[in-house]
Design a protein around this ligand. Structure first.
Ligand code: BG6
Length: 525
């Protein structure tokens, strides 16, 4: 097998059609999300030649500044990311021509999101922008993409105000789309209320609820792995799979987000959204096509099939942890309770592990173990599928005392790839087995263009492909599944916090969760 990508495969970007002419309006233009992720992603789309000449970008924020100041702020952040080689923007230099291409298309409008006048002015501003751009290719100019890079308390306010200012009705083939990123509610009632509020103004097809995990190539690859190969899918069920572990272990702490995190915790922050994305792509039934609705139907179904914990079992099936002081990647770090904006007696969890069952034909009896936490031993996001053990019978009377199960590991990040672990006979006259691994690493097969993970998602909004976005029912199904645990935890605040040292594998209770059925977590490193 050659260790190179198929040379007949066109290089990344060359066959991707240019997005339709549109103007992207970013609310929260001066904020962190715009600087750290959205602008670098747009820049990457420019270098990949995926944005049309008629693309325009309008920044809206309450800060009174000129467009030059806005551009400079964005540019400084890009340069800083290049210099430090930190963060999501992986480029080693900025292509000045591409950056100029983008900044030449930017305008800025200062305005309070709560003030109806902001929207009146924005409407006039957009009319001017559209007039200058002209109709574009085949009359496609005048499309507007509203990106809400703002705190979630503004979501429904902004959507309602856009409606009042008559900026979201789609006429003459011109589309209006709104991108909203998590947190999408804090529990089931608030998620329902938010959906109901925005659906008063927008139609479902106009709403792009974003989960950045779906922007990761390796997450998108789960479907390709399952459905583009004849080998795996026949094994992908309770007949062959013993259990599945889904891990999102982080080596970062709560950082400067104490205020947000205190009211959120690891369960809300990671499970109904990111981990359920991994779970649903892994466990969903094959859709009838890759059409957005077909895929989203199947994803919603699998989350709806999560069996709620039996009465009184929530505290047993899901365990929580909070980090104490410790050492992470060689650096001493404080306890969660000593972080800025965190209460000294805080009972907010920074770790969660959950054993859940999916109540359907394919997965009956197969436990799914989910875990995620801050300040753990190593950074690792993966889906580990453990197959049933082969019968030992044949090896009786040999030197093989124990057989190891087969694992298939989908490494989402870092070291993106897939490995299959199996047993092989050690060379020699006696029968003994060694564990070997067949490994596929993305970077050895494909040219991985620098990506923040937002490029595909932004591009998909522009071309109107909602496959990687969440429908209202997907979101509500996620919250419905975690609600019994949120309720049980609220009724029984943790008494043993902090219960794991920063830099460790997590709390002992997470190990006990698996030990009850004779299983163990895969080591974190
Ligand atoms: C965010 C959470 O949605 O996802 C963060 O709010 C978390 O707490 C982050 O660190 C993880 O994403 P990634 O892409 O860094 O794995």
């Amino acid at each position: 097998m050659s260790n190179k990508a198929d040379p007949s495969r066109p290089a990344k970007g060359t066959t991707v059609p240019v997005a339709p002419v549109c103007t992207m309006v970013i609310f929260g233009a001066a904020g962190d999300l715009t600087k750290r992720l959205v602008t670098p992603a747009l820049y990457n789309l420019v270098t990949a030649k995926q944005l049309p000449d008629g693309f325009r970008m309008v920044g809206v924020d309450h800060r009174d500044m000129t467009v030059e100041e806005w551009r400079k702020g964005l540019g400084d952040m890009m340069n800083e990311a290049v210099a430090s080689r930190g963060g999501e923007f992986q480029a080693d230099h900025i292509d000045q021509a591409a950056w100029k291409w983008l900044t030449d298309r930017m305008t800025y409008l200062a305005g309070d999101f709560n003030d109806p006048q902001t929207y009146v002015r924005l409407r006039a501003h957009l009319a001017e922008v559209d007039k200058k751009v002209g109709p574009g290719r085949a009359g496609t100019g005048g499309n507007h993409l509203f990106y809400l890079a703002v705190a979630d308390r503004f979501f429904s306010t902004i959507v309602a105000a856009l409606g009042t200012a008559e900026m979201v009705s789609e006429q003459d083939g011109r589309w209006r789309r709104v991108v909203i990123e998590k947190p999408f509610g804090h529990d089931l009632p608030s998620a329902k209320a938010l959906n109901a509020a925005i659906l008063k103004t927008l139609q479902e097809h106009q709403i792009y609820r974003m989960d950045h995990f779906l922007g990761k190539e390796t997450v998108q690859n789960i479907m390709a792995l399952r459905f583009a190969n004849g080998l795996f899918e026949p094994l992908w069920n309770r007949e062959h799979i013993d259990h599945i572990q889904i891990t999102a272990a982080e080596t970062v702490g709560v950082e400067r987000r104490g205020k947000f995190y205190e009211g959120t915790g690891a369960l809300r922050d990671m499970v109904p959204n990111h981990l359920f994305q991994l779970l649903s792509l892994t466990a969903m039934e094959p859709p009838i096509s890759f059409d957005a609705e077909a895929v989203r139907d199947k994803k919603a179904e699998v989350v709806q099939a999560i069996r709620p914990p039996a009465a009184g079992r929530a505290l047993r099936d899901a365990v929580r942890g909070q980090y104490d002081a410790g050492t992470v990647l060689g650096k001493a770090v404080p306890a969660y309770r000593r972080e800025p904006d965190v209460a000294p007696e805080s009972v907010t969890e920074t770790y969660v592990a959950w054993r859940l069952k999916i109540d359907n034909w394919r997965w009956a009896g197969v436990p799914f173990y989910l875990r995620t936490g801050k300040y753990l031993k190593s950074r690792r996001t993966e889906i580990a599928i453990r197959f049933h053990q082969a019968p030992y019978t044949l090896f009786r009377g040999t030197q093989v005392e124990r057989m190891n199960p087969n694992w298939m590991i989908l490494r989402i990040q870092p070291d993106e790839g897939i490995s299959l672990q199996f047993a092989a006979k050690r060379p020699g006259p006696t029968v003994t087995l060694g564990n070997v691994s067949m490994d596929f690493a993305y970077k050895t097969y494909f040219d991985m263009a620098p990506s923040t993970g937002y490029e595909t998602l932004l591009y998909d909004c522009m071309i109107g492909d909602a496959t990687l976005f969440q429908r209202a029912d997907n979101i509500e199904a996620g919250w419905r599944a975690v609600q019994p645990i949120l309720d049980a935890w609220a009724a029984h605040p943790a008494k043993d916090f902090p219960n794991y040292a920063a830099g460790s594998d997590g709390p002992a209770s997470a190990d006990e969760l698996l030990a009850r059925s004779g299983r163990t977590w895969r080591p974190l490193g």
